[in-house]
Design a protein around this ligand. Structure first.
Ligand SMILES: C[S@@+](CC[C@H](N)C(=O)[O-])C[C@H]1O[C@@H](n2cnc3c(N)ncnc32)[C@H](O)[C@@H]1O
Length: 217
């Protein structure tokens, strides 16, 4: 059983329709700009060992993993079959609405690293997801939850829409530690826009990430 952190009111979202409807049509767009994506790929290069078995939860047609690193297996999850089928990094994928069913169909200690990008903000039951991620991650493995400052507002629960970037980081870390994840590290950085805008000092999407690990036996 997951340790509850949110109140029922904090799980409320404006659009209560099944999330599968919202994601039914594929969106072959980038949800995060090039500067954010480059920072995320660099973080993955630092944090995820080659040959790791990786879960990209709440994925789409991109996984942001470095192109030149070979992982043992990359498994994706999401809500749109066409996006997942078009993702070149995935060896396999499945679809599941995590706001209806939080049980993840993987054995204990299966993954070396579990990733969520621009997805945590849509979870109404993040405690149960964090507990499941802990179960399916091997001892000393990691969870990496990354996001920026944008969202589909009507699809995000109140805990997210009513708080700022710093509070989002604390919230993710609090939920993870409540389920037993250890040593949460928060990353909060500005990014430099790419191209001419960057040369002129323009900023890209701000980069936020929480990295936590599963206890060693
Ligand atoms: C903004 S997109 C981010 C996609 C991808 N991680 C990326 O970096 O581009 C949010 C993703 O969260 C997933 N998602 C949202 N609500 C969900 C739900 N209730 N159950 C499962 N996945 C959900 C969808 O797969 C959607 O593609």
């Amino acid at each position: 059983m997951a340790v509850e952190v949110l109140t029922p009111a904090q799980r409320y979202k404006l659009d209560g329709e099944d999330d599968a409807v919202f994601y039914r049509d594929p969106r072959f767009v980038h949800h995060l700009d090039e500067a954010f994506r480059a920072r995320l790929t660099a973080l993955y290069r630092e944090q995820i060992p080659p040959c790791a078995t990786v879960l990209d939860l709440m994925s789409s047609w991109v996984s942001h993993l470095p192109d030149d690193i070979r992982y043992e297996r990359v498994i994706g999850h999401g809500l749109n079959a066409q996006e997942l089928a078009a993702n070149p990094r995935l060896d396999s994928h499945w679809m599941q609405n995590l706001n209806l069913d939080q049980s993840l169909p993987w054995p204990d200690d299966f993954f070396d690293a579990t990733l969520i990008v621009a997805g945590w903000q849509y979870l109404q039951y993040p405690e149960a997801i964090a507990a499941e991620l802990l179960r399916i991650t091997r001892p000393a493995g990691q969870v990496i939850v990354s996001f920026s400052n944008r969202m589909f507002f009507t699809k995000a629960p109140q805990i997210w829409t009513d708080s700022d970037d710093r509070e989002h980081l604390d919230y993710v870390a609090d939920v993870l530690t409540a389920q037993g994840w250890e040593h949460p590290t928060q990353v909060a950085e500005t990014t430099r826009a790419t191209g001419v805008m960057g040369l002129l000092g323009g900023q890209g999407d701000p980069f936020f990430s929480v990295i936590a690990s599963k206890a060693r036996p």
